[in-house]
Design a protein around this ligand. Sequence first.
Ligand code: PRP
Length: 208
Amino acid sequence: MSLTIALNRGRILKECLPLLARAGIEPLEDIHSSRKLIFDTSGGFKLIVVRGSDVPTYVEHGVAHVGITGKDTILEYGEGASFYERLDLGIGVCQLMVAAPVKADYSTGPIRVASKFVNVSRSYFEGLGRQATIIPLSGAIELAPLTGLADVIVDIVDTGNTLRANGLEAREAIAAISTRLIVNRAAQKTRFAAVQDLIDRLRQVIAA
Ligand code: PRP
């Protein structure tokens, strides 16, 4: 039975396609130069290319049987959703962190937190018993403390270059992030053999 795989466009897509190719799954046309959003592949799969935050949505609703996206996206969507996280692809490795202006003291009192990761931020500061106002932003999060919009940010840190360039520093690690493969709960049962075969192939590619 054929599987539909939802893929995060952007950086994850770029890193994933070579892995998928080595597992025998290659789009029949060039994804990067096409404006199409759905692709047939060798091996009889379908790839749908969506925004990262939409990957869990497509998988939860069973439109895609499998999804590939960052752990940050999965945490923000909610791990209790109706999909299973089955494989760590070992790519897109970074950290989800609290960052603040260099040497700034935000240890007491209420704080304002700017982030794309509204749910993760809220539960992190709730867990610490800190009173936090979460300010949702969709990009250029590092600007928020510089302009006085927020005291700290919660964001992905890879090399740390973006923080450094903006006078910020990482302070608290919230979660280790990498690219994960998720499987729709129903598909895990109804398409067990196909799902398992895909996971086994990817596992072999990662181990090689
Ligand atoms: C991410 C993140 C930071 C940057 C961190 O943004 O939001 O801005 O990467 O990487 P660094 O530590 O290596 O500097 P991305 O480039 O993915 O763009 P986005 O804001 O659209 O998510």
